[in-house]
Design a binder for this molecule. Structure first.
Ligand code: GLU
Length: 411
């Protein structure tokens, strides 16, 4: 299945509940603008390499378009389109004054030097600066990009349009970034899981958690849940994972990864385990926090966890999602579960426009408030309509976007 087919299916399910017309569906399923650009760069060895970059601006009915920029070898237009539409529903679910967009460049950032990455990023901005902008489309980090890449984007954008830190979010804190933006997605995943456990009458202390992915999202999720007294029993990254049924020493693993170029490969204090076996471990909560499309009809039957929290974007294919729902499992969907990142991006953007920096405490407090409100709204919707949390989140998000479209007027 292709990523876009999956998100369309989820969309149509919610659109049925909202009784949206065919015309409105077509409008909301189509991107406002899609750009593909050539990014030719001279590599450190003097050779010329040409990369392909994309930016899909899906919808701006509720505000400027917002979404990350992904550097990954498998980036293609279909995936970016799907992810751009998820951003539209995500910003609407958490009620931020934004639309949705997503971009990416098909490359493996681990194979490029920092100088090469900088050149690629600046070239990409050269091509796209006219469609970006604080009132149009604001990029942010996603898989394979970080605050350094955002700093280059800000700097390159300013060469064309003058000083304007609100043109991109997820920047380094020393360069107009917001304290707490880096941890925000993982922290948000953790906050939402604790809320969900509360609603389900479960205790964090009796909750065993497995996290697939130990990058920015996975590691901060593990950190937060460890502090919340959940038992993190397994974590993995692209090279495989580690398991300890008694609970991993999360701070030690985070320190290990920091000292080891971000990777947990070679960690000695827990039992190694493959990424496939991770999904099948006995546990209470499974958090896919890396790639999309990891829970499929092929492996879903082997998953033991009664609760799944989608830290990654689009990790569950619809056929697997149906099986999980029929089985009585609870899935907290990506468009709510990982919305902490874009929420703090919004705080950063708002601060940049006022040239005023909040404290970390304030960022954390406001994040908690936004996510709690959104979680409660999605939970109520699911109860009211007797649907899954995913369909409830889509109903909430799509409902807001379609109302804004009608209110704005279609001529
Ligand atoms: N890339 C993140 C996401 O998928 C963050 C987007 C943003 O901060 O704009 O939600």
């Amino acid at each position: 299945m292709k990523a876009l087919d999956g998100t369309r299916l989820y969309f149509n399910r919610a659109a049925d509940h909202l009784e949206l017309s065919e015309d409105m569906r077509r409008l909301l399923l189509t991107a406002k603008r899609e750009v593909q650009v050539q990014v030719p760069v001279e590599m450190d060895n003097g050779q010329l390499q040409t990369f392909i970059g994309y930016r899909v601006q899906h919808n701006d009915a509720r505000g400027p378009m917002k979404g990350g920029l992904r550097y990954h070898p498998e980036v293609d237009l279909d995936e970016i389109r799907a992810l751009a539409s998820l951003m539209t529903w995500k910003t609407a679910v958490v009620n931020l004054p934004y639309g949705g967009a997503k971009g990416g460049i098909a490359l493996d950032p681990t194979k490029l030097s920092q100088r090469e990455l900088q050149r690629v990023t600046r070239k990409f901005v050269d091509e796209l600066h006219d469609v970006f902008g604080p009132n149009n489309d604001i990029p942010a980090p996603d898989m394979g990009t970080d605050s350094q890449v955002m700093a280059w984007i800000m700097n390159q954008y300013q060469r064309y349009h003058g000083f304007n830190p609100a043109c991109v979010t997820g920047k380094p804190v020393e360069m107009y970034g917001a304290p707490g933006r880096e941890e925000a997605t993982g922290r948000g995943v953790g906050i939402l899981l604790v809320k969900l456990l509360g609603r389900m009458g479960r205790k964090p202390q009796q909750t065993r958690v497995v996290i697939q992915g130990f990058g920015n999202v996975g590691s901060h999720t593990a950190w937060f849940l460890n502090q919340a007294e959940c038992k993190v029993v397994a974590v993995s990254d692209r090279d495989g994972g580690f398991f300890n049924p008694g609970g991993l020493d999360v701070p030690a693993m985070v320190r290990y990864a920091h000292a080891n170029h971000g990777s947990i490969r070679g960690y000695k204090e827990a039992e190694p385990i493959s990424n496939e076996a991770m999904l099948e471990l006995p546990c209470d909560v499974l958090i896919p926090a890396a790639l999309g499309g990891v829970i499929t009809s092929k492996n879903v039957k082997k998953i033991n966890a009664p609760i799944i929290i989608e830290g990654a974007n689009n990790p569950t294919w619809p056929d697997a999602d149906d099986i999980l729902y029929a089985d009585g499992r609870t899935v907290l969907p990506d468009i709510l579960a990982n919305a902490g990142g874009v929420t703090v991006s919004y705080f950063e953007w708002a601060q940049n426009r006022q040239y005023y920096q909040w404290t970390l405490d304030r960022v954390r407090q406001e994040l908690d408030r936004v996510l709690t409100q959104s979680f409660d709204a999605v939970w109520e919707m699911a109860q009211q309509r007797q649907v899954s949390l995913r369909t409830a989140a889509y109903i909430l998000g799509i409902g807001r976007v379609s109302r804004a479209t009608v209110l704005g007027g279609i001529t």
